[in-house]
Write a protein that binds this ligand. Structure first.
Ligand SMILES: Cc1ncc(COP(=O)(O)O)c(C=O)c1O
Length: 451
């Protein structure tokens, strides 16, 4: 194992960290984590922390899930790799496609295209949706409409969908034909509307205006996260996704649900779309599919898309798309074990119960600290939005967020500081005592900082 000094000296010196300025990482080096077990991670100095980030919304089964580890070990011994390009396949990918059909047929999903992660899943969905319209003879339907606070990864397609300029601006021009509508985000929105139901309606009206402006015959799909994750855990009014679905159907526009965070129980339901009672046309998954033990994802297609593409009898239906690791057998074996454990432990219901405790806890903190402008949550996705001034809602400055983050870490809990948000997305195997630990660490962190 590399020596402590070596690691500290070389930390952030030779590789660039995602979502960070390289020079900032050099001046303020990231935490070096060397061990993880159960729900905890341990840094290089032996400081253990409860991981309230759950990896990055993905370690739903914690860090000691023996069935996944065993499945990976076994598969590495049997066959570490096999591609799935035309004419060849592998047993584990076939089994996984069957399991996913079981899991998502209630959401209307019938076909599965394996990817290497969430960004790949979104770009796959975007490409296949455009192909679907070409097969239908509607080649003009190429545009995408999406939410202004959404996050859809950093490939060129998904990156162009991202609402936050930080993920787009330095890489523009993005793909043409992407348009944004306002997000049903009660704390901050262009309508100054705090009533979630009214706001939902206003955003949907805006979608309708976009459609008449662009022309429905030019729009391929609307893309949304059922609950916005990285954009700050924005939970829409329960009717929002249903209304969007209705407008999509009326205008012959497909609905892509980006379930990279929501799927597999995080919202308290097995999918975010199911939480809102909606059947999308396409869903994207990754993250918890393998619990973070292997990079893998999928884009999933409805029966109608499947019939259209499979029924095509010229080369327009040929899938000229794929990755070296589409259907990687080690990933598929990891996913099969993760799905079995997720069901066995009924993690969706635990997410619902523990999520309610977490939300209650952060709501109490909001009444105690002026720095907390808003709190939001759904299942085990939660956010504390920090403000410099409660009345004007000015976002808390970066340095202060950083100092607070350090206090919370020192108190033994790792949270995610993203802009002026503290985002919480712990493993779904979490217990009530851990939720108390998270709330206590935040409480003491804020208290200590203010003293
Ligand atoms: C909703 C959503 N879509 C897509 C992605 C991109 O996934 P990945 O980082 O695995 O490429 C993310 C990542 O956080 C996400 O939250």
């Amino acid at each position: 194992m590399a020596k402590e000094n070596f690691l500290k000296e070389n930390n952030a010196q030779h590789f660039w960290h995602p979502m960070a300025h390289p020079s900032e990482m050099k001046n303020n080096p990231p935490l070096i984590i060397r061990k993880a077990s159960g729900l905890e991670v341990e840094d290089i100095d032996g400081h253990r922390m409860l991981d309230a980030v759950g990896g990055l919304w993905n370690a739903n089964l914690g860090y000691s899930c023996e069935p996944i580890k065993e499945a990976i070990r076994k598969q590495l011994d049997t066959m570490p790799y096999c591609n799935t390009f035309r004419g060849i396949t592998n047993d584990k990918a076939i089994e996984l496609s069957y399991k996913l059909k079981d899991w998502f047929s209630i959401d209307g999903m019938e076909r599965f295209f394996f990817t290497q992660g969430g960004s790949d899943s979104i770009d796959t969905a975007m490409r296949l949706v455009r192909q679907f319209w070409k097969v239908k003879g509607k080649s003009e339907k190429t545009k995408f409409i999406t939410l202004s606070k959404g996050y859809h990864g950093t490939n060129y397609g998904g990156g162009s969908l991202c609402g936050d300029a930080r993920f787009r601006k330095n890489y523009e021009p993005g793909i043409p034909g992407v348009f944004h509508i306002p997000t049903p985000y009660t704390f901050r929105n262009v309508f100054n509307e705090e009533n979630p139901e009214v706001l939902s309606q206003k955003c949907v009206e805006n979608f309708k205006e976009q459609i008449s402006y662009q022309g429905a015959d030019t729009i391929a799909a609307f893309v949304m996260e059922p609950v916005i994750g990285s954009g700050g855990v924005i939970v829409p009014h329960p009717n929002f996704m249903k209304l969007i679905r209705e407008v999509c159907t009326q205008n012959d526009i497909l609905l892509i649900a980006d379930e990279v965070i929501c799927a597999f129980g995080r919202t308290g339901e097995w999918s975010g779309s199911r939480l809102w009672g909606v059947k999308p046309d396409v869903m994207t998954i990754a993250k918890a599919l393998t619990g973070g033990y292997f990079p893998m994802g999928a884009a999933m297609m409805s029966g109608e898309i499947a019939e259209t593409i499979e029924g095509n009898n010229d080369m327009t239906g040929m899938l000229g798309h794929g990755f070296t690791n589409s259907g990687n057998p080690v990933g598929a074996a990891a996913a099969l074990a993760a799905l079995e454990e997720t069901l066995r432990l009924n993690l969706a219901s635990n997410a619902k119960a523990r999520g309610a405790e977490l939300l209650l806890g952060i709501k109490k903190l909001k009444t105690k600290y002026e720095l907390i402008g808003d709190v939001r949550g759904q299942g085990l996705m939660a956010c504390l939005e920090l403000v410099g001034d409660k009345k004007s809602r000015t976002p808390l400055d970066k340095n202060t967020v950083g100092e607070l983050f350090k206090e919370v870490c020192d108190n033994g809990v790792l949270v995610r500081a993203s802009g002026n948000n503290f985002i919480l997305s712990p493993s779904l195997i979490i217990k009530s005592e851990h939720i108390e630990r998270i709330i206590d660490a935040l409480d003491s962190g804020f208290k200590k900082f203010l003293n």
